[in-house]
Ligand binder design. Structure first.
Ligand code: IPE
Ligand code: MG
Ligand code: MG
Ligand code: MG
Length: 290
């Protein structure tokens, strides 16, 4: 965890997110209160970090990097709020705290999620490299929308109470988790003026990281510690989800993770940086307990 925490403080991620996303003294249980509540709960900040580290491969980070980092964290945060709703995974605990629909009601959770997503537009209005904005918006839509993360959530919901094979679960995981991580790496690279050929490499790396992230999430759902994770375990089994460890067991799932790790390492070696952060991140994701 040190590598991640150290990088988060070195890059001042928490401070910048506070400036961009925190609302001062909102009325209790107002929409802004709910936005603060979930955005500033225990988050690993993996997505902003990925974006900034990708940017750093190519050039120094700047204010625009933090605008993009805030935008992806907002998208991730809204997706969790909606993912926990009764109509989806119906989870009562997130990041060690009661979920918003439990605190108030389902409409409240839905609307806080909507507001977080809508705030992305406000945040992006502060992006100063106007010549890059079209590309940024196009990628956000592509990776987070109906052909990206949301598509993954659709596949996840449709696979409840069904037996689907490994390939289809990998497709589901790629969309629901991998695509947002691909987006982070791509946006960082765009902001850092990377050549196009690096965008394809980073997209592939994001895909591998996404698989590793989700497979470990699915293992932790079975074998993790609720207190450490700050969310309920056994949620996938209760909801009859299609997850790879539920299908083939934890040990075999670890073998799949290892395959993705090897592929990711090969790509990291080809990046025009020493790759230390990304190698460390892989170790962190594979060994994480929360
Ligand atoms: C959620 O996947 C993916 C998105 C929110 C897009 P999960 O449903 O497995 O995530 P957790 O376990 O609730 O965090
Ligand atoms: Mg889910
Ligand atoms: Mg869930
Ligand atoms: Mg899960």
């Amino acid at each position: 965890m040190n590598l991640i925490n150290d990088e988060i403080s070195r890059l001042d991620i928490e401070k910048k997110l506070n400036t961009n996303l925190f609302f001062d003294s909102p009325e209790n249980l107002s929409i802004e209160w709910g936005m603060n509540y979930i955005t500033f709960s225990q988050s690993k900040r993996i997505r902003p970090l990925l974006l900034l580290e990708s940017n750093l491969i190519f050039s120094d980070i700047d204010e625009d990097s933090y605008v993009l980092a805030s935008a992806v964290e907002l998208i991730h945060t809204y997706s969790l709020v909606h993912d926990d709703l009764p109509c989806m995974d119906d989870d009562e605990l997130r990041r060690g705290k009661k979920t918003l629909h439990v605190i108030k009601n389902e409409a409240y959770g839905l609307l806080v999620g909507d507001a977080l997503l809508t705030k992305v537009f406000g945040v992006l209005s502060g992006y100063s490299k106007k010549e890059k904005l079209n590309g940024v918006l196009r990628y956000i839509h592509e990776k987070a929308g109906e052909k990206g993360m949301i598509y993954g959530q659709v596949l996840d919901m449709e696979a409840e109470n069904k037996k689907i094979g490994i390939e289809n679960i990998l497709k589901l995981n790629h969309n629901k988790t991998g695509k947002l991580l691909e987006l982070c790496l791509i946006l960082g690279a765009i902001n850092g003026n990377a050549e196009n050929r690096f965008l394809d490499m980073l997209e592939e790396l994001g895909c591998y990281i996404g698989h590793i992230f989700q497979l470990q999430d699915d293992i932790l759902d079975i074998a993790g510690d609720k207190e450490l994770m700050g969310k309920k375990t056994g949620s996938d089994e209760t909801n009859n989800k299609s997850s790879i460890p539920l299908l083939i067991g934890i040990e075999k799932t670890r073998q799949i993770i290892e395959k993705f790790r090897v592929d990711a390492l090969k790509l990291i070696d080809r990046l025009p940086s020493n790759g230390a952060f990304f190698r460390g991140l892989l170790e962190f994701l594979i060994n994480r307990e929360k």
